[in-house]
Design a protein around this ligand. Structure first.
Ligand SMILES: Cc1cc2nc3c(=O)[nH]c(=O)nc-3n(C[C@H](O)[C@H](O)[C@H](O)COP(=O)(O)O)c2cc1C
Length: 207
C-alpha cells in the first residue's frame, strides 16, 4: 500500500533542473592523460558535489577531467574526450528529461568510448536498493533508453528540508515518513557513502 502511494507521489511532478551555474571546467593537462568528461544533472547541487569528488580521485591518477552541466553539453566537442561519464539525480521519480535526450542524441558516440552512468537518489540509502541492479530508478531509466552504459553506479543523495520550497518540503517529509527516514523540518542529512564514490572514481580510471 505504502509503495503504491509513493509511486503515485513520485510521478506527480516531473524533474525540474534548477541548477544555476552553467559549468564546463577543465583542470590539469599532460600528454599521457585520458581526457574524461563528466556531465551532470543536478537540482540542488549534490550530484555536482559527487562529480567534484570523482574529479579529485581521477585527477590524483593524473587524468584530465572536464565537468559540464547537462544544460551546456552543446557548447563542448564531445569527440575530444576518451571517456564520458553521466551523473543525474532523481526528482519525483525521474531523472531530468535532458538526460534521456542527451543519451539518445549521442548514443553512437557514447558507444564508441569508455562510458559510465550513475544515479543519485535517497531511495538508495536503503541497502536493498543501493545497487545498479536493485535501484528502481536506475532500472526504470535503463529500460526507457536503448544505450547500455559500460559502467553503472547508484549513490544515496542528501535531504535538506530547510532549503526546500514549502510544497517540496511537505512532500519529501511525507515520503520520508512513509519510508522510515528523517522527518524533522530542520533535518539536513547526507546519505552518500563517499568511499563508494571514490571507488567509482577509480573504476572510471580503469575503464
Ligand atoms: C523535490 C524533490 C523530489 C525528490 N524526489 C525523489 C524521489 O522521487 N526519489 C528519491 O529517491 N529521491 C528523491 N529526492 C531526493 C534527491 O534525489 C536527493 O535529494 C538528491 O541528493 C538530489 O540531488 P541534486 O541536488 O543533485 O539534485 C527528491 C528531492 C527533492 C528535493
Amino acid at each position: 500500500m505504502r509503495q503504491r502511494i509513493l509511486n503515485s507521489l513520485f510521478s506527480l511532478r516531473s524533474s525540474n533542473v534548477r541548477s544555476s551555474s552553467p559549468t564546463c571546467i577543465s583542470d590539469s593537462e599532460s600528454v599521457d592523460m585520458a581526457n574524461i568528461l563528466i556531465i551532470y544533472s543536478t537540482t540542488d547541487g549534490h550530484t555536482l558535489r559527487i562529480c567534484q569528488r570523482l574529479r579529485q580521485v581521477i585527477e590524483q591518477q593524473s587524468h584530465r577531467v572536464t565537468l559540464c552541466s547537462i544544460k551546456d553539453w552543446r557548447a563542448i566537442d564531445l569527440s575530444e574526450f576518451d571517456k564520458i561519464v553521466i551523473g543525474a539525480s532523481i526528482r519525483y521519480g525521474k531523472h531530468s528529461p535532458l538526460v534521456a535526450d542527451f543519451v539518445t542524441r549521442n548514443e553512437e558516440l557514447l558507444d564508441s568510448k569508455a562510458n559510465a552512468f550513475f544515479s543519485v537518489n535517497v531511495v538508495a540509502r536503503k541497502p536493498e536498493k543501493n545497487q545498479p541492479n536493485t535501484n528502481p530508478y536506475l532500472l526504470k531509466f535503463l529500460r526507457k533508453i536503448s544505450w547500455k552504459p559500460k559502467q553503472l553506479a547508484v549513490f544515496a543523495g542528501k535531504i535538506d528540508f530547510p532549503k526546500y520550497r514549502f510544497f517540496d518540503r511537505l512532500m519529501i517529509r511525507f515520503i520520508m515518513w512513509m519510508t522510515n527516514g528523517p522527518t524533522h523540518p530542520d533535518a539536513v542529512v547526507e546519505f552518500t557513502d563517499w568511499q563508494q564514490v571514490e571507488a567509482f572514481g577509480r573504476r572510471i580510471c580503469d575503464m
